[in-house]
Design a protein around this ligand. Structure first.
Ligand SMILES: *[C@@H]1O[C@H](CO)[C@@H](O)[C@H](O)[C@H]1NC(C)=O
Ligand SMILES: *[C@@H]1O[C@H](CO)[C@@H](O)[C@H](O)[C@H]1NC(C)=O
Ligand SMILES: *[C@@H]1O[C@H](CO)[C@@H](O)[C@H](O)[C@H]1NC(C)=O
Length: 491
């Protein structure tokens, strides 16, 4: 552990990207991904975390702990009888990582987990982070498996960050990620995680506003949305024991979807960001639960109010009023889950959020709330196999990651092949799913090709993914010039 902690202090050496010229075209994306897959420090980190997590999982099973393996019939990990036991689990907060509220120049953004990690110094407190630090921190504090971490982080790096230094901002665009000056990121502005409609941030978030509903504030926790979530949780819970379970998140998500679609003229809900948003709902019970969470079919377990409020930064006053405060690990003590939350469990969680009580439609509003343009058919209703959600997401993520870049239509297949090459040695989960890239040839509206059809049809409509609009600077969020990544409003 001491050795691994030391890695936190280390910045990867600037890596040579021979073909990078700041050109925002397919060839540049492909070259960058191919080069990234050869990055020695990055690949070594992924391999070493994978081995460590596999050993921890084996040890967990060897103690005849409840079997966390995936039940493909139920689309749920198997039920365990004592889900909230904290015996043998790692306790937080740790003395060496004290909570310190962020300063005005520290970046914080739409993801409460990342904000909490930065507020405790597991990630650099300024919110400018590199991928290796993220892999390390999410493993250490949340027990996030590296396949899931890579799946969330690599697209964020490529679409929102600085490839040369493997660095991105966990909040808004920031010159501190900008190693090449005015050239900006490979896709233009290095927006940070705040970048709307790129891979990581999308409409219908549990506690954040839609980008176009709050004048661009898609990153601060909204007390009104937390209050809505809390009311749903209370309606599902016994008095005095408010739990944020899977059924709670299902209901809240469907409420949020209905509200956004009927109020946001630029509503946009498509993979990959739509899937990431649903996954983030599952993370409430999956990660914030005090002790290991068992998402049994009945969904009776989950995170308690004290844990959730602390992690998402909801301070509840004596009068019940809610204010947004910096996210932190529950100061009274909290235990992380006992085995890694991997990609397969996440996909199961996404499906359970999406399917109940009934699947929502993908698509977007074309400039007014009565102009919904359907994006595609339903998600596969199971996880595994080459027609399951895993492979669907695998394809849709990288297909749309490319499609969403500055509204350009890239040579998508080439990009996917590069990403496949990147993940090949790293993510055994994907290998076992035996995905083959099948984008964009599929033409049925129910298949992956539906997304490209949608993107092409809506490219010029307001509902299509837009460039990140730049905001006035303020409240600790440095904002950008969308073309040059230059600050202060010039050029
Ligand atoms: C898997 O889930 C199905 C459906 O809920 C259930 O009938 C079956 O017993 C489960 N299998 C195991 C091994 O728990
Ligand atoms: C988590 O569980 C431990 C042990 O039961 C308890 O001491 C602690 O207060 C709990 N923390 C939260 C945030 O509920
Ligand atoms: C999973 O879904 C696909 C279609 O998307 C279907 O062909 C396959 O049989 C399903 N597998 C199971 C185990 O239900």
């Amino acid at each position: 552990m001491r050795l691994r902690y030391a890695a936190l202090l280390f910045l990867p050496a600037a890596f040579a990207f021979p073909h990078f010229r700041g050109a925002r075209d397919t060839a540049a994306v492909r070259d960058v991904l191919a080069t990234l897959s050869q990055h020695p420090e990055l690949m070594a980190q992924i391999t070493s975390l994978q081995q460590k997590q596999q050993a921890e999982l084996n040890a967990w099973k060897a103690q005849s702990k409840p079997d966390p393996s995936f039940n493909s019939t139920a689309n749920q990990p198997q039920r365990r009888d004592e889900p909230n036991s904290v015996e043998g689990l790692k306790r937080f907060p740790e003395d060496e990582f004290p909570f310190i509220p962020p300063s005005k120049t520290d970046q914080r953004g739409p993801c409460p987990g990342m904000n909490a990690l930065a507020n405790h110094g597991y990630l650099p407190r300024n919110g400018i982070v590199n991928v290796l630090q993220v892999f390390e921190a999410v493993d250490r504090v949340f027990n996030m498996a590296v396949d899931l971490a890579a799946f969330l982080t690599i697209p964020a790096l490529v679409s929102n960050g600085d490839i040369q230094t493997l660095t991105f901002s966990i909040g808004g665009a920031d010159p501190r990620t900008n190693s090449l000056g005015d050239l900006g990121g490979i896709l233009g502005t290095e927006t940070g995680l705040d970048g709307h409609g790129r891979s990581s941030e999308g409409d219908v978030s549990a506690t954040r506003c839609d980008f176009y509903l709050c004048a661009g504030d898609n990153h601060n926790m909204q007390p009104e949305l937390f209050s809505q979530l809390l009311r749903v949780a209370e309606s599902h819970s016994s008095p005095g024991e408010t739990l944020f379970s899977v059924p709670v998140m299902q209901e809240h998500f469907h409420n949020r979807y209905a509200h956004s679609r009927s109020h946001n003229p630029n509503f946009y809900f498509m993979p990959p960001s739509g899937l990431v948003v649903m996954g983030a709902n599952y993370f409430y019970p999956g990660f914030y639960t005090n002790g290991t969470f068992a998402p049994a079919s009945g969904g009776l377990t989950g995170a308690n109010l004290a844990s959730v409020a602390s992690f998402v930064g909801a301070k509840i006053g004596d009068d019940g009023g809610i204010t947004y405060v910096p996210e932190r690990i529950p100061p009274q003590g909290w235990y992380r889950r006992g085995f890694p939350l991997n990609l397969v469990e996440t996909l199961t969680g996404i499906l359970s959020i999406y399917l109940v009580p009934e699947p929502v439609e993908f698509g977007g509003n074309a400039g007014s709330v009565d102009s919904f343009v359907p994006g595609s058919g339903l998600l596969p209703s199971n996880v595994s196999g080459k027609d399951g959600l895993g492979c669907f997401l695998y394809n849709a993520l990288y297909a749309n990651l490319a499609g969403e870049f500055e509204n350009a239509v890239f040579d998508i297949e080439g990009v996917i092949n590069s990403v496949l090459g990147f993940f090949g040695p790293a993510t055994s989960t994907f290998l076992s799913l035996q995905c083959t890239p099948n984008y964009p040839e599929e033409t049925s509206p129910d298949r992956y090709g539906g997304f490209e059809t949608f993107l092409k049809a809506t490219e010029k409509l307001p509902g299509a993914p837009k460039k990140q609009a730049c905001l006035d600077a303020g409240a600790g969020h440095l904002e950008c010039n969308s073309q040059t990544n230059v600050y202060g409003g010039s050029s």
